[in-house]
Design a protein around this ligand. Structure first.
Ligand SMILES: Nc1ncnc2c1ncn2[C@@H]1O[C@H](COP(=O)(O)OP(=O)(O)OP(=O)(O)O)[C@@H](O)[C@H]1O
Ligand SMILES: [Mg+2]
Length: 396
């Protein structure tokens, strides 16, 4: 799929949107002002049978059809219960037709000749007005960060289950925003079966323009109450995505959602400590091997020292298995190596983890009976019931 050619807010709003175009010539706009959108062309006469379900906008070339076909198309649109925004363009726009188009819930008219910028801003304007209401709630989300002690310890898997459990617990739309901060090659989208369309680095230069509407164009809904913020694969993203842009995205996410869950990269970035400072929980995920436990202790200490706020990461031991398969440390031995108590243990269940990753979606969706789901649920209930530690440490 084409990516937007620029990182303007209009281009970001358009990226990934499904546009139904009535008129063959309109397809060319996908190479220009509507780059990044998914454009499907159809005949005006097809509109009644085709419906517009799943499209974010209908674009009509009035010059491509005779008056009768246009009138029927507009009539079909006005009969829809939920009509997407409509943009009609053309050099010959009969007044009666224009009046009927403008009677639709959301519509605009563009008279030919028009520039690429005019098309882009008209489409973006309609899409922005039709944004589902993700408005700053005025409150600040509770934010939890999840970081792996070593590569492959299960940080992404656990973070996804935590986010999903919080979304289910909330029961509200857009309760949780899962943010994959592994900017170059994060796997969360693949685990969730989602396909990001934006290049996060495109926001690098526009940090101060990031707002709730732009956030909405970036996130992908993945389950009831759960949205994912992740970019397309981008090997240079850690260099090109500025600190201000990362922190601004997190700030806006915290204004718009009840919960924000961060999948943190293990290696420290210019924004790592500031992002963690905004969190009320930091979870370090370890597996039960001696090297991982030693790394978990060191990683946790480094975060605690770096923050200097007294916030101590909680260590979660992942992939707990019975000792049938070899000499793994017990929980007690693990805590000895960690020199502290572990917050929780999560059972090993390779079948459930692999099946869900392959099917795309949380383990709770595909293998709801897995012990992983039960263990994460217990952890989430315990942590969510505690007062946010950020506030507690401020109050102290
Ligand atoms: N509790 C578990 N039981 C069984 N398999 C698990 C469990 N948790 C994670 N896995 C599996 O372990 C592998 C690594 O998991 P994941 O990608 O979540 O780790 P990560 O720490 O995010 O890795 P990376 O360092 O690459 O970011 C995956 O195959 C995942 O399915
Ligand atoms: Mg990961």
């Amino acid at each position: 799929m084409l990516r937007p050619k620029s990182s303007t807010p209009a281009a970001q709003l358009i990226a990934g949107r499904r546009i139904l175009a009535l008129g063959a010539k309109l397809a060319a706009l996908g190479e220009g002002p509507l780059a990044g959108a998914i454009i499907e062309t159809a005949q005006a006469s097809q509109l009644e049978t085709l419906g517009v379900g799943g499209h974010d906008l209908v674009l009509i070339d009035a010059d491509a059809w005779d008056a009768g076909a246009l009138a029927s198309a507009v009539k079909a649109l006005s009969a829809l219960r939920a009509c997407p925004p409509v943009l009609m363009v053309g050099a010959t726009l009969p007044a009666g037709l224009v009046r009927n188009v403008l009677r639709l819930d959301a519509a605009d008219i563009l008279e030919a000749p028009f520039t690429d910028d005019q098309v882009q801003s008209a489409v973006a304007g309609l899409l922005a007005d039709a944004q589902p209401a993700v408005m700053p709630s005025g409150a600040t989300a509770r934010c939890w960060a999840v970081s792996g002690a070593v590569g492959g310890s299960g940080a992404t898997t656990v973070a996804i289950e935590i986010a999903n459990a919080l979304a289910a617990q909330s029961g509200k739309d857009r309760a949780v925003c899962f943010v994959d901060l592994n900017l170059a090659d994060g796997a969360a989208a693949a685990y969730l079966g989602a396909a990001p369309t934006v290049r996060l680095a495109d926001f690098g230069a526009a940090a101060d323009r990031i707002d709730a509407a732009m956030l909405q164009a970036i996130v992908t809904p993945v389950a009831k109450g759960l949205d994912l913020m992740a970019g397309v694969r981008d090997p240079s993203a850690f260099d090109t995505m500025g600190r201000e842009a990362v922190l601004r995205l997190l700030e806006v996410a915290c204004e718009c959602y009840e919960w924000v869950i961060l999948d943190m990269p293990r290696h420290r970035r210019s924004w790592t400590l500031e992002a963690l400072a905004g969190c009320d929980e930091v979870l370090v995920i370890s597996e039960l091997t001696v090297p991982a436990l030693l790394a978990a202790r060191a990683h946790s200490d480094e975060i605690e020292d770096g923050l200097g706020t007294g916030l101590r990461p909680r260590i979660v031991l992942n992939r707990l298995a019975s000792r049938m398969f070899g000499p793994a440390p017990s929980m007690a031995e693990a805590e000895k190596a960690l020199q502290r108590k572990a917050e929780a243990g999560i059972s090993s269940d390779w079948e459930a983890a692999a099946a869900s990753a392959n099917l795309g979606g949380p383990i709770a969706q595909h293998r709801p009976k897995s012990k992983i789901v039960k263990d994460v649920q217990a952890l989430v209930e315990r942590l969510a019931a505690q007062p946010p530690r950020r506030e507690a440490s401020k109050a102290a």
